[in-house]
Design a protein around this ligand. Structure first.
Ligand code: ZN
Length: 83
């Protein structure tokens, strides 16, 4: 059995930066969303998994650490920036 071609494994901070995608944090407590700046992402370890990023995040609105980190998709980036 062989694995199908996985491009580069799970998303990491470095791989998202390379693709020009940013990380979005969504607060589970109050629903507040924020997009990390490219600078904030550059300060993180490039090999940090996206699934671990939420541990470094907290909500800017309510201060909760119950935050989910997801990445933008290329489609979202295009839609968001064309508007
Ligand atoms: Zn919050």
């Amino acid at each position: 059995m062989s694995r199908s071609n996985m491009p580069s494994g799970p998303a990491t901070v470095g791989s998202l930066i390379a693709e020009g995608l940013r990380i979005r944090g969504t607060c589970n407590e109050c629903g507040h969303k924020r997009l990390l700046t490219a600078e904030a992402m550059a300060e993180m370890a490039p090999n940090m998994l996206l699934s671990d990023v939420h541990r470094k995040m907290y909500c800017g609105a309510c201060g909760s650490k119950n935050v989910i980190a997801t990445s933008e998709t290329l489609r979202e980036v295009r839609q968001g920036r064309e508007r």
